[in-house]
Design a protein around this ligand. Structure first.
Ligand code: SAM
Length: 244
């Protein structure tokens, strides 16, 4: 899968994209990330990319011409069968695992990082989707672009070693994941639940399913409305809530 990132700060990406799972996936060629400096498309010799807002007000606005020239060049060089162009903005559709899965269906994502007070409104006409990574304000779109690359990239086949770990994760099943433990079996008086040491796979599966439901009910009951639940799950929820 190919990611093309348009940014004023290409160096921002060097460490996050060279580490761990994503770094190895790029090395293996499963993921490709190209970085494009918007400043290279400035219209003057000073490399100016921002200007004061019409109508006055605080801060600077990223100009439309360098951004759209950069977008044109990147789109022209992108020969993937399915490409989606994304603007990172706190005003976009909020990213969740469902959207991450949808984005993983594209062969290429072009991600535009804003800066300053934001981007000239007319830029919006040149993107397919606007994405927010949450209800807070970042200084720029680079962290949002990294969140997209990481969350979408890890769904590309071969990027995460054990496919099964993707299946049980929080949100993927519609529920939060069950608690995880590793050695030692006891730490400062806290013991790992006996069932996990029992080697009894069916019991372990049942325990995990129940813990997953319990945790979701405690922390994110809203998720239960759309989760796929068996009759046994529903009975267990009724037991926990004392309803029914
Ligand atoms: N003035 C803008 C507003 O109120 O909507 C915020 C601009 S923000 C300081 C600068 C850039 O950071 C944005 O253009 C966007 O690219 C990025 N950004 C900030 N918060 C974000 C979020 N929650 N999700 C995605 N991108 C964000």
């Amino acid at each position: 899968m190919k990611f093309s990132v348009l940014t004023l700060f290409p160096d921002f990406f060097s460490s996050p994209l060279s580490q761990s799972i994503i770094g190895r996936a790029i090395e293996k060629g499963l993921l490709e990330v190209s970085l494009h400096n918007i400043r290279d498309y400035a219209q003057d010799k000073h490399g100016t990319v921002d200007d004061t807002p019409y109508g006055g007000g605080a801060g600077m606005v990223l100009r439309v011409e360098p951004v759209v020239s950069c977008l044109d060049a990147v789109k022209k060089g992108c020969h993937a069968e399915s490409t989606l162009t994304i603007l990172t903005t706190p005003q976009g559709v909020r990213l969740d695992q469902r959207l991450v899965e949808e984005l993983a269906g594209y062969q290429a994502l072009i991600i535009l990082c804003g800066r300053y007070e934001g981007i000239d409104e007319r830029t919006r006409a040149f993107v397919d989707m606007e994405v927010s990574i949450g209800d807070y304000i970042l200084t720029g779109g680079e962290i949002a672009a990294l969140v997209l690359i990481d969350s979408v990239g890890r769904l590309v086949p071969g990027v995460v070693g054990q496919k099964d770990s993707l299946k049980t994760e929080s949100f993927t099943t519609g529920l939060l994941e069950y608690p995880q433990y590793t050695r030692p079996p006891e730490f400062r008086g806290m013991r790992v639940p006996e069932v996990l040491l029992s080697g009894h796979h069916q019991e372990i599966r049942r325990w995990r399913r129940r813990e997953s439901i319990k945790r979701t009910l405690e922390r994110r009951p809203d998720l239960l409305d759309s989760a796929e639940l068996t009759e046994e799950d529903i009975r267990f929820i009724k037991e926990l809530t004392g309803k029914g």
